[in-house]
Design a protein around this ligand. Structure first.
Ligand code: PBG
Length: 328
């Protein structure tokens, strides 16, 4: 009897590194990576974030060093989060012209504003004493429409300080329209909005809440962020609404647990789509690697390639500078 040989041999195109590189369908480029950075008011030395090995809460000075390193590596942008010294119920520091985000964004734009895009996260959770993303009603719910006024004021303060992209992340209904109107009325019609359109209530934000010191003091964010088990159509609707309200680009967050959603959003829209590889995605790989359980560099690249392949045009990742250097 003659042996049965395979007719098709997909392995032919996998045999050598050169062959694999030639046929690769997914490529990463430094310019599509965005580095999230944290700046803390009133500290003299940068402070390590225990739950995110390698990530720092920066001083205004050390922030500029990190920004220069990112720019030199060819990273596409930075997104700034601030930790104020004083918090209150309405998150007053969010729109204070002297607030830490406003000061730090002005520094950043002066230092690297021509080399990369300097963006600001627009939300209240870092600034409120209760840690929720908005202003509360007397019975402790987040008041959507009152919060919109606070977001609008924060966005304008950020734009006045020089922010080049406003990225609202609070998941209030109508937040993009409110911010767009306020920016336009203040002469910032050229400043784009990158909307966190699809943002799930996720356990993978855990380490971020240490970095940004914004864990809710009671309850959770389930009444405003999306439910992972919720209808897929809800995610697509959030995207459509944000585009109708004037978003210039949209985001899906977290990334790895929501790649199916990312793909559907990519197929739905014709604006750039960002994905946020969030703190928990970072810390899982760092922790497993520190234990010797996983090949750190390969796991990082594999996860980023997956996010890119699922449809992200831009990826927010705490590894942006390191990966950009590696990509050369
Ligand atoms: C809200 C915000 C959060 C993150 C980005 N913007 C936290 C939250 O919604 O609880 C999480 C990012 C991460 O986990 O890396 N301002």
């Amino acid at each position: 009897m003659t042996a049965q040989f395979p007719v098709a041999r997909p392995r032919r195109l996998r045999r050598t590194a050169a062959m694999r590189r030639m046929v690769a369908g997914t490529r990463l480029h430094p310019s599509e990576l965005v580095l999230p950075v944290f700046v803390k008011e009133g500290i003299d030395e940068p402070s390590p974030v225990t739950s995110m090995p390698g990530v720092l809460q920066h001083t205004r000075d050390s922030l500029l060093k990190a920004a220069n390193e990112a720019a030199q590596a060819g990273v596409g942008g930075l997104i700034l989060f601030g930790v104020p010294e004083v918090k209150d119920a309405r998150g007053s520091a969010a729109d204070d012209p002297e607030g830490i985000v406003q000061r730090a964004v002005a520094d950043l734009v002066a230092e690297v504003g021509d080399a990369l895009v300097v963006m600001t996260d627009t939300c209240l959770d870092e600034f409120t004493d209760h840690g929720h993303c908005g202003v509360l009603t007397p019975d402790g719910e987040v008041d959507n429409d009152v919060t919109l006024e606070r977001y609008a004021a924060a966005a304008v303060a950020q734009a006045r300080a020089g922010s080049q992209v406003i990225a609202p992340s609070g998941m209030m209904d109508g937040q993009v329209a409110a911010i767009r109107a306020a920016l336009d009325a203040d002469g910032f019609e050229q400043i784009p909005i990158l909307a966190y359109s699809v943002k799930y209530a996720s356990a993978f934000y855990g380490p971020f809440r240490e970095a940004a010191e914004c864990a809710p003091q009671f309850g959770d964010r389930n009444a405003y962020q999306q439910d992972g088990a919720g209808p897929v159509g809800e995610a697509l609707r959030e995207v459509r609404l944000d585009l109708e309200e004037g978003a210039d680009a949209v985001m899906v967050k977290p990334a790895l647990a929501y790649l199916d959603i990312l793909r559907q959003v990519r197929d739905l829209v014709d604006v750039p789509v960002a994905a946020y590889q969030v703190s928990g995605e970072y810390s899982m790989i760092e922790a497993a690697a520190a234990n010797g359980w996983i090949d750190r560099d390969r796991a990082i690249m594999e996860s980023l390639v997956a996010i890119r392949r699922a449809g992200a045009d831009m990826i927010l990742t705490y590894w942006a500078t390191e990966v950009a250097r590696k990509l050369g």
